[in-house]
Ligand binder design. Structure first.
Ligand SMILES: [Zn+2]
Length: 388
């Protein structure tokens, strides 16, 4: 028999409106109805989840996350991905792309195989939607926390091996379009519908415009590790700001990007083109101390994660915090901030048919939060995976 559940008494955020005293009904893993309590019939046999005084929203989708609670995607094991899936679910994320860093071919192969295993077996937390391959085909002048030793020119042979090993589950490749061989790489990615993302790049404005012609549709952590805006050479940042073809990631931890720059990005791109990401490292959800990003040592003080050189090395933010910050720092309403963490990432990686909003026919990926974005319940495909 099919299992039916109704979430009652909460304020429900839907694409068209916010419904006070709304009801969301889901049957097994799919949402079947969303409406006002007065306009809906709740089946007698439905299990009830009470959301009185709370907000019912779609679950967050984090398309750029390297680790958390002491685990790292580069460990290359199912266990690491599963633990990360549980951790992010406790912060309202219902689906994510485990993200790699520049590493040896062997380590990258292991990592993408582990992600594939987590997709096949499923996790005890958020759903794994595929891989975000960040690097290794980036510009050594814009390394961030990436290890120079493993940064290299694009290789079609290598990307084909990675695609094969991942059973074509790679969803995003972050690359520097100005390096030799990236045009061929982007052409290959386009064949498979993989998102080419401009990042860790020192490209000029016109090089990014050219990259868009070759299929680039996205930009990794806007402002961070990309050529900045100059009025005669608008650089990567200038291209991200004015080229409508590009969706733009934003790490809204108030550390990676100044609130005024966040405002500039959101006002210029529009709220439907900005995607909140955590870019979180294994130190997320852990006390201050010494950790790793890939093979590099990092130190976390007051939640800020830095290399020995002092450079920022991934964040310790979680998606609930990202949404909270963008509301406070930029002054966005809750509904808009949530859309930047739900439907926008879903559209970016082309899963919006099933994910990203509370609508009949979509997956029952649902969170119950309060107006400060504290997470009380996380439901992934109809299953409660986290409860405060
Ligand atoms: Zn990065």
């Amino acid at each position: 028999m099919r299992r039916i559940t109704a979430i009652r008494n909460g304020t429900v955020i839907t694409p068209s409106k916010t419904i006070k005293n709304g009801v969301v009904i889901f049957e097994d893993e799919k949402i079947i109805a969303v409406d006002r309590e007065t306009d809906i019939r709740i089946p007698k046999r439905a299990g009830i989840i009470d959301a009185s005084g709370k907000i019912v929203a779609p679950g967050f989708i984090d398309i750029h996350v390297h680790g958390g609670r002491g685990r790292d995607v580069m460990e290359g094991s199912y266990e690491a991905i599963n633990e990360l899936a549980k951790f992010v679910a406790s912060h309202g994320t219902t689906a994510f792309l485990p993200t790699t860093v520049s590493a040896s071919r062997g380590d990258l192969l292991n990592a993408v195989k582990a992600v594939k295993a987590a997709m096949e077996r499923g996790t005890e937390g958020a759903e794994v939607l595929g891989v975000h391959l960040e690097g290794p085909y980036i510009n050594p002048e814009k390394l961030g926390a990436h290890d120079a030793e493993y940064v290299r020119l694009p290789s079609l042979d290598e990307i084909r091996e990675l695609l094969e090993a991942s059973s074509h589950t790679i969803k995003i490749v972050t690359l520097a379009p100005e390096v030799k061989g990236s045009k061929e790489l982007m052409t290959e990615l386009r064949k498979f519908g993989i998102v080419a993302s401009v990042g860790h790049s020192n490209a000029t404005y016109s090089e990014v415009v050219k990259a868009i012609k070759h299929g680039a549709t996205h930009a990794a952590h806007t402002f961070n590790e990309m050529r900045g805006l100059h009025h005669r050479e608008p650089g990567v940042v200038g291209a991200v700001l004015v080229q409508d073809e590009l969706t733009a990631e934003l790490i809204s931890d108030n550390i990676h990007v100044h609130p005024a720059a966040m405002k500039l990005l959101i006002r210029t791109k529009g709220t439907n083109k900005v995607v909140l990401v955590t870019d979180a490292a294994q130190a997320a959800g852990m006390p201050d101390g010494e950790y790793k990003v890939g093979k590099k040592d990092v130190v976390v003080r007051n939640g800020v994660c830095r290399l020995e050189s002092g450079e920022l090395a991934g964040s310790t933010i979680t998606m609930d915090g990202a949404v909270r910050n963008v509301m406070k720092s930029v002054g966005l309403p809750l509904k808009t901030a949530i859309e930047m963490a739900t439907i926008n990432p879903a559209v970016t990686i082309n899963v919006d048919k099933d994910k990203g909003s509370l609508e009949p026919g979509k997956d029952a990926d649902i969170i119950i939060i309060d107006k400060e974005v504290n997470v009380y319940v996380t439901i992934v495909k109809g299953k409660v995976v986290y409860k405060l």
